[in-house]
Design a protein around this ligand. Structure first.
Ligand SMILES: [Zn+2]
Length: 322
């Protein structure tokens, strides 16, 4: 229905149905595989189902990143693989890793990249109007980033490694920074890209303090919540284990909850898979006024059980996150 309400609305995640468990469409999702973690399905910021963001492309990046993660410490690893492996282990949200992966592979929609696809007519940086806008320009070289870097990470102080590409810069940063500083640096890089987008699409240039505060607050919030969730899970399950398929004629439901402590809001995600690891159904929900990680996990379990009941899945192992 072009031009009408239907053209704007997305069917996934909307309250179309009167299904008691979520009011959302429950459906097999072909872009998911047995490696998918439930937390990958929940929007980091909004604590909502990630339909808008978890595209096939994202799945591809995650798959590629996981491939690197699976590489051992063998001598065959080249420098880049080692760097990505270290970055993948950082305690930063998946969406930030995904951003960095795209930036490192020159896949961000900078003016230079848009010009090469003939979408725009020039490549000037929209903020400083002095140089071409490349990934390195936005994240490192633009005059508008000077304040951010000199204020944010004293250790970085913009030593001018940055004449090359982002991968070269990341290699230097990984060598010189502690893990915590590396995490902050990457969070701020994403903050700089978000600031650039806010400038382009909303004509607002956020101050350097604003960029730094938003990036660090969001990182700290993620890390705090993540630690709490991991501790709870480890207590409950003993050891972290790789996902194991259920027996034939049986399904397995995994769930996860992402808690926004400040907003007291939790996003819930459930995946149900068969013995081949194929995704049979996914579901989502969100709840307000939740403060405790244990309560958030409880809601997620309840959601998994309701989903199984709605779909008449009678032989299901309920396992928590995986
Ligand atoms: Zn610039």
């Amino acid at each position: 229905m072009e031009g009408g309400k239907w053209a704007k609305d997305q069917y996934m995640g909307q309250r179309w149905l009167s299904t008691p468990s979520s009011f959302c469409v429950q459906t097999p999702n072909p872009s998911l595989n047995s490696c998918t973690k439930v937390k990958d399905l929940i929007h980091e910021k909004r604590k909502e189902w990630n339909e808008g963001i978890y595209s096939v492309k994202t799945a591809y990046y995650l798959k590629e990143l996981r491939k690197i993660d699976l590489l051992g410490e063998s001598s065959e690893q080249n420098g880049q693989e080692k760097n990505w492996k270290r970055i993948w282990k950082l305690k930063i949200p998946v969406i930030t890793k995904n951003f960095l992966w795209k930036a490192g592979n020159n896949l961000l929609a900078t003016r230079k990249n848009l010009l090469s696809k003939r979408i725009v007519e020039d490549a000037w940086c929209p903020i400083c109007l002095q140089e071409e806008e490349t990934v390195m320009h936005v994240l490192w070289q633009c005059h508008a980033t000077n304040d951010v870097w000199s204020e944010a990470i004293k250790a970085v102080q913009k030593w001018r490694v940055g004449e090359g590409d982002l991968l070269g810069l990341l290699e230097e940063l990984v060598k010189k920074l502690t893990q915590a500083k590396m995490e902050e640096t990457i969070a701020i890089m994403r903050g700089l890209w978000l600031r650039r987008n806010t400038f382009v699409f909303e004509n607002k240039l956020l101050s350097h303090n604003n960029v730094i505060r938003a990036a660090i607050d969001s990182l700290e919030e993620y890390q705090t919540t993540n630690v709490q969730m991991t501790e709870n899970r480890s207590r409950a399950e003993g050891l972290d284990q790789k996902w194991k398929p259920p027996n034939v004629n049986c399904l397995k439901a995994n769930w996860d909850a992402a808690l926004d402590v400040k907003l007291r809001r939790v996003g819930l995600g459930v995946i149900i898979r068969n013995n081949k690891g194929e995704v049979m159904a996914t579901g989502c929900d969100s709840k307000s006024y939740v403060e405790q990680p244990a309560i958030a996990e409880g809601w997620a379990l309840s959601k998994a059980m309701e989903l199984c009941k709605d779909l008449s899945f009678n032989r299901v192992i309920l396992e928590g996150d995986a």
